[in-house]
Design a protein around this ligand. Structure first.
Ligand SMILES: [Zn+2]
Length: 86
């Protein structure tokens, strides 16, 4: 696992390779890290994560998504209500 520091903005989502990217956060100290998010598959990543998390070519093939398949994926189960405190 190699940690990288991306200095240029990504042009494609590592998971679905869409170009629907946006910046959702930046480090309080300028230039340390940036958080990007994909509005197609909702994957989000920080610029300082390992290459397999930020580089579409190195993202694990088993976890890649195709934008055309997203509409027929099963619904994410809801998060259950929080249990009352004991
Ligand atoms: Zn995506």
């Amino acid at each position: 696992m190699t940690v990288t520091s991306v200095r240029v903005a990504p042009t494609a989502c590592p998971r679905c390779r869409s170009a629907t990217l946006g910046v959702v956060g930046k480090s309080s100290v300028a230039g340390v890290w940036t958080i990007f998010s994909c509005s197609t598959c909702f994957y989000a990543w920080r610029s300082t994560e390992p290459e397999e998390n930020v580089d579409p070519e190195k993202y694990p093939a088993a976890f890649r998504l195709r934008p055309e398949d997203l509409a027929r994926l099963k619904v994410v189960p809801p998060v259950p209500r929080r249990r009352p405190s004991l």
